[in-house]
Design a protein around this ligand. Structure first.
Ligand code: NIG
Ligand code: FE
Length: 389
């Protein structure tokens, strides 16, 4: 049995609070980790005297590891030139996905794996201890199978997104491509996946096509999540709610009906601040969503096209600055919110019995995550109780 006692924590965010203090903040606190789990949480003065290892937090802040519930980390190449052109005035369009598909199909497993492992290290260094990873840059049976298989080597949260866009070889034959997605491709990918996702948007998949994809996944035991209302308003959010999706992601263009449907549902709305940032689209108004009763998560959507940041602290800063979330709401959304979007109860919270995924910040409070944008504030990370940095 291996134990670590972290003492002298100036501000501990547990996310195990009451409805008026969801963050369950403790001051001058301590946390005991035993065998990969949280064993005890309380006042520093009451901390157990024995542990294999002692860490003095020096009055700094501790938060749960970030739960990044939306990423596309298995791909070849990048699209720096597309980004540069966009910053010079070109509009973002989903069609850019096809250039990453070509680069991904041309990459070997070892090349994709090395890149993926590099990203995982990059995420960990920024405090992310749980990440969901989607396929979607293969769009043929063999490559989609490779992507979900490689993702499953590094996370339990693997999402089959064969319905990302219609690949060039199926241009104008979207329904035939959907036949493949719900047929042979699903057969190949389902064994490696927990989730099924679809990009329900003009220029990607229609509502009837998206319904077919999601229902086929559900029938195979996968759970649904949806990309919707990224490029314009549509019916994707309501489809997601109707099918009981764990999360609907993007929500850049939400209607009043979408917001009412989300507020009345258990579906989480996952905001992706990096996308609006790097596509110059308008930021959704998180204040209005939260006030309406919608459960909001924040994720990075790391991908080479619409959002190539892997930094949850950066996304928190943007959500606070430009989406009108309070710091407390944004920190909750990036930890417990991500856990809700993945229907996970063992992460995103520091409480006895939960996974010991813990981040020590080099700052006295969590406020610094938004107050000091772009500054690396992660001092130490424990993933399953093991110090990762
Ligand atoms: O989540 N919305 C669709 N998919 C990605 C973008 C992918 C790309 O541009 O390569 C997203 O933003
Ligand atoms: Fe995405």
């Amino acid at each position: 049995m291996m134990s670590t006692l972290i003492t002298n924590i100036g501000e501990l965010t547990t996310n195990a609070g009451s409805p008026d203090d969801r963050l369950g903040t403790l001051h001058d606190a301590a946390v005991l980790i035993e065998d990969g789990r949280i064993a005890w949480v309380g006042a520093s003065g009451d901390a157990p005297a024995h542990a294999d290892e002692f860490v003095d937090a020096g009055g700094r802040a501790v938060i749960p590891g970030f739960v990044d519930s939306h990423s596309h980390l298995v791909f070849g190449g990048d699209r720096a030139a597309e980004f540069e052109a966009r910053m010079a005035g070109q509009k973002y369009a989903a069609g850019g996905i096809r250039s990453t598909v070509a680069a991904t199909r041309g990459a070997t497993d070892d090349e994709l794996r090395a890149r993926l492992r590099g990203f995982i290290a990059e995420l960990l260094a920024q405090g992310t201890t749980t990440v969901e990873i989607k396929s979607g840059y293969g769009l043929d049976v063999a490559t989609e199978e490779r992507l979900v298989r490689l993702a499953s080597e590094v996370t339990e949260e693997v999402t089959y997104l064969g319905a990302h866009v219609v690949p060039a070889e199926y241009a104008d034959r979207g329904d035939e491509y959907v036949d493949l997605v719900v047929g042979e491709m699903l057969d190949a990918c389902a064994p490696h996946s927990r989730w099924i996702d679809v990009f329900c948007e003009t220029g990607a998949f229609t509502v009837p096509q998206s319904r077919r994809v999601l229902e086929a996944g559900i029938a195979r035991g996968l759970k649904p999540r949806v990309h919707a209302s990224q490029l314009g308003p549509g019916d994707g959010v309501r489809l997601a709610v109707e099918l009981g999706a764990a999360s609907v992601d993007h929500g850049t263009y939400l209607t009043d009906d979408d917001i009412a449907a989300l507020a009345a549902s258990d579906t989480v709305l996952t905001l992706l601040p990096g996308v609006e940032f790097s596509t110059r689209q308008p930021y959704p108004d998180a204040r209005r969503l939260i006030d309406a009763g919608v459960t909001v998560a924040i994720a990075c959507d790391t991908n080479p096209g619409s959002s190539f940041t892997s930094s949850m602290p950066f996304c928190i800063a943007v959500a606070v600055r430009d989406m009108r979330m309070t710091v407390a709401e944004a920190v909750w959304a990036a930890t417990a919110g991500g856990a809700a979007a993945l229907q996970r109860e063992d992460v995103g919270v520091i409480a006895p019995g939960k996974r010991a995924d813990v981040v020590l910040l080099d700052a006295p409070t969590r406020v610094h995550l938004a107050y000091r944008p772009g500054v690396p504030l992660v001092k130490q990370v424990w993933k399953d109780g093991v110090a990762a940095l």
